[in-house]
Write a protein that binds this ligand. Structure first.
Ligand code: URA
Length: 230
């Protein structure tokens, strides 16, 4: 790989800033200053910028505990994007695997790997998402079967796929769904005459939100978590 490309792929520098750094003599290969941006970097080379060794930023997999009043968009709109909570280089290369509403909290997965996020968001993959929710009206036991059978949502063809409702208290439940229709959980509760007052995502597939993460905090996924998405 060309040296200027190597610098771009391992730092937040643009191609022209990388070239300027080279011309200033800030870039070394195995200790020697290199000013030729076409210099071919191999795996055996040690490249440093201002004395710091560089390595290519590969695929990134992040979990974030989303606070309310943030949005799962790549840009700030009515509320700031959750990407602004990340202290990483090249945040513009990241995208969010499965959105949460502005007033929903909990597990958001963020990556720069489109194939990986497709496995989470594609309805065909049936990746489970588990939510903890509170409702305005009491939850009747009969809802468990209704949610398992499927509900008719407004403006949708066909019933929702089987969902697992676990009633925890009169106004509190866990719900696992394998689809990701727009406002799905809120619309499912609306379809049975109820209203969600609080919504928190706890789990995606087998990736559980790390209980050590406060709202707004994030960490990289472990290898095992990343590979659990099939
Ligand atoms: N379903 C909703 O209604 N809102 C969310 O944020 C996630 C799922």
């Amino acid at each position: 790989m060309r040296l200027d490309k190597f610098i771009c792929e391992s730092t937040s520098l643009t191609r022209s800033l990388a070239k300027k750094a080279m011309h200033r003599g800030d870039v070394t290969c195995d200790g020697e200053i290199i000013k030729n941006s076409g210099f071919k970097v191999t795996d055996a080379h040690t490249i440093c910028l201002d004395g710091e060794q560089l390595s290519i930023i590969g695929p990134r997999f992040i979990m974030l505990n989303k606070p309310v009043d943030t949005i799962c968009s790549t840009i700030d709109e009515e509320y700031p994007s959750v990407l602004g909570l990340l202290d990483v280089i090249k945040p513009e290369e990241l995208h969010i695997a499965g959105r949460l509403d502005a007033d929903t909290t909990g597990l958001v997965l963020i990556t720069n790997d489109g194939q990986w996020s497709h496995k989470i968001t594609s309805p065909k993959k049936e990746c489970g998402k588990r939510y903890l929710l509170e409702t305005a009206e009491p939850l009747a036991d009969s809802l468990v079967e209704q949610f398992a059978t499927g509900l008719q949502l407004n403006n949708e063809d066909g019933l929702t796929k089987t969902a697992v409702l676990d009633i925890l208290a009169s106004h509190e439940a866990r719900l696992t769904i394998t689809e990701g229709k727009y406002h799905q959980v809120k619309r499912m509760l609306a379809a049975v005459g109820n209203r969600v007052t609080k919504l928190h995502r706890e789990c995606v597939g087998t990736i559980e939100l790390d209980s050590e993460l406060e709202l707004g905090e994030w960490r990289y996924l472990t290898d095992e978590e990343m590979k659990s998405v099939k």
